[in-house]
Design a protein around this ligand. Structure first.
Ligand SMILES: NC(=O)c1ccc[n+]([C@@H]2O[C@H](COP(=O)([O-])OP(=O)(O)OC[C@H]3O[C@@H](n4cnc5c(N)ncnc54)[C@H](OP(=O)(O)O)[C@@H]3O)[C@@H](O)[C@H]2O)c1
Length: 306
């Protein structure tokens, strides 16, 4: 699993964030995800808080940076003072370089292991964006490059644009969980990891990561209703099967979703957001649990039927 730190330093107080990072390190959860705009939309947030929280943890634990696979994202940070993604700095080569250097300063490190283009920027040719990111990789400031929130046709364009380049995007981080929203549901700015996207990733040898796997806790918490577009007859049936599998496995339904994601034939690595040590432990237990193959098949079948 990847630990998502989106709200660390804003709605998750920094002291709790730091405790969670300590526990994650001890549990061996050492793939950590942030972005240069987390979490600007929270009242009082500027967008640098999550990276700064991680930076202070690295500063307090000299030598441990090398044990963490650290990803951040650029392109979706609004220009100074704006709270609107329409004002995002974007993905021109100059903007990418400037944003990465600002991230490295906040993180207190000289490189990130994975840099994502956070949202699509149709004003810049994909070949220019990819070329600029590869340049940073060749300079050693970035280990791998990836994209986030690309629909299948744009991902195909990105794969084509990368030919002639060195390697192009190796990772894709997209919205993914067990339940699918009704067709036509507006998730913007999120983009689903649907079957068409998964097929492009398979063809391009791109590793898939899925964010928002727990739907903010909706699989287990009465205080968290399903998001708009998810309360469908097909999903109610799927939730019943999920509950049966969970009952057999000793996991709760949210944990069962994480275990299924990690174990399914087309693996999608879960990017899990937590706001307490208990939630982190719950997720870590889940991804270490092996579900019987027949339960994996049952979950896939009811999901496909929907
Ligand atoms: N690339 C992108 O565009 C993008 C977009 C969104 C997210 N992300 C990444 O994905 C990560 C996760 O995103 P997300 O927060 O939307 O994920 P999520 O899986 O939908 O929700 C995480 C939330 O679920 C609740 N939760 C966690 N463990 C639980 C448990 N055991 N029982 C009950 N509730 C539990 C917590 O809510 P409370 O904190 O309220 O308790 C937690 O903050 C982010 O941190 C970020 O790194 C990326």
């Amino acid at each position: 699993m990847t630990l998502g730190t989106m709200y660390f330093g804003t709605t998750v107080p920094e002291a709790i964030g730091v405790d969670v990072l300590d526990e994650a390190f001890d549990l061996g959860v050492r793939t950590w995800d942030t972005a240069n705009n987390y979490a600007f939309w929270v009242p009082g947030g500027t967008g640098g808080e999550s990276e700064e929280c991680l930076g202070r943890w690295f500063a307090a634990h000299p030598g441990r940076r090398d044990d963490i696979f650290l990803s951040t994202k650029v392109g979706a940070r609004p220009r100074h003072g704006s709270k609107n993604l329409a004002d995002a700095v974007g993905l021109s080569p100059t903007a990418i370089r400037g944003q990465l250097h600002a991230s490295l300063a906040r993180l207190g490190t000289d490189r990130v292991d994975l840099l994502y283009a956070h949202i699509d920027d149709e004003t810049v040719p994909l070949a220019e964006t990819i070329g600029a990111m590869e340049e940073l990789r060749d300079e050693g400031l970035v280990g791998e490059i990836g994209a986030s929130n690309l629909p299948a046709p744009r991902l195909r364009e990105a794969i084509d644009a990368a030919s002639g380049h060195d390697r192009g995007y190796r990772f894709l981080q997209q919205r993914f969980t067990f339940l699918n929203p009704a067709v036509g549901t507006d998730l913007s700015p999120h983009v689903l990891l649907d079957d068409a996207v998964a097929a492009e990733c398979a063809a391009g040898g791109i590793t898939m990561l899925g964010y928002s796997p727990l739907l903010s806790g909706a699989y287990t918490r009465p205080d968290r209703p399903l998001p708009d577009g998810y309360d469908t007859p097909a999903n109610r049936e799927a939730l019943a099967v999920l509950a049966q599998v969970a009952g057999r496995s000793g996991l709760d339904s949210g944990q069962t979703v994480l275990a299924w994601m990690a174990q399914r034939a087309t693996g999608v690595l879960p990017v899990v957001g937590v706001s307490s040590i208990e939630q982190l432990r719950s997720a870590a237990t889940a991804v270490k649990t092996t579900l019987p193959q027949q339960d994996i098949h049952a979950l896939e079948a009811v999901r496909m039927a929907g």
